[in-house]
Design a protein around this ligand. Sequence first.
Ligand code: NAD
Ligand code: UDP
Length: 326
Amino acid sequence: MIGGAMKETIKVLVTGGAGFLGSNLCQRLLEQGKQVTCLDNFYTGKKENLSALLRYPTFKVIQHDVCQAINLDVDAIYHLACPASPPHYQRDPIQTTKTNILGALNMLELAKNLQVPILLTSTSEVYGDPHVHPQKEEYWGNVNCIGPRACYDEGKRCAETLFMDYHRMHQVDIRIARIFNTYGPKMCKDDGRVVSNFIVQALQNKPLTIYGSGEQSRSFCYVDDQISGLISLMEKPNLHTPVNIGNPIEKSMNEIAQLVLTLTPSNSRLVYHPLPVDDPKQRCPDISKAKAQLGWEPKVDLTTGLQRTISYFSALLERTESVVAQ
Ligand code: NAD
Ligand code: UDP
């Protein structure tokens, strides 16, 4: 399976396809003419994310938990299923660990049996609270294995281990994307991650909730760039080691809050809350591997990406308010 000509990919499985990234990925693949099967248990995913996609006769939705094995006939698998926002993945941490590990095992078995490529959406969380900055793929990370984030961080680290071992033992044609904070349309308004929280709070003239001093940093990638990166990685033959996919422009949470206030017609103020346990102090991808191996780099600047996301949430909130008023 490895090294040979890749079978033409027509039928694509996207696990977690009803979520933020999954629904954007399904949309792009459908636009490219693929037949797309979205597999999701709707733990954090939303049926509304799929409503526009159901117009495509080539789109199919299967409600299923990746912790259970499944047999399907597909040519490639994007394995995204897993809650990604800290409040959601910490809601039932045992379920999050199961989703990461049993989900990876079941999807790897499927890829092995079908002899098709499979991409894991791993995360910058594998670097934990990093001592190396910016983070390169060679860095092994600094993760607290008994903290409240461990169900996600260690779950993803173990999923990466399983991917590498299926590659070494069974020659499965794997890809591992280490995704850094990504934002954009189709996030839910109660997602809990910082960009959606700040925008929804600003649009509702509620205080913007900054955790800790607000001086901790993240690097935010617009969703369209992220999806292009994931597809480029899947289509790159013989790249079986992890690749960082993210935007290396680093910002503090105070800077993000100020920018959101500048871009919205808001009179919100800032309020400071305690920093969650094990919240990483800094995060920035070194994307030289993605640039060299995939010819990929992000194109959408933060202001443009935030403006598009603000327009999406304005329309979403207007729709929700008009439904409540009826
Ligand atoms: P999301 O929570 O919006 O989507 C996750 C999807 O997975 C949801 O539709 C959910 O219902 C589904 N799901 C969860 N558990 C499942 C299970 N057991 N069986 C079937 N479906 C299940 O999150 P997202 O931001 O779209 O993230 C998608 C993937 O990308 C995740 O694997 C996440 O770890 C990874 N990732 C995302 C980011 C980011 O910034 N968005 C950063 C790093 C990694
Ligand atoms: N954060 C914040 N206010 C919020 C939500 C998050 O200040 O309303 C902070 C959070 O503590 C973290 C950063 O924003 O330092 C990014 O948080 P997010 O949950 O978006 O992603 P992650 O921590 O997984 O990188």
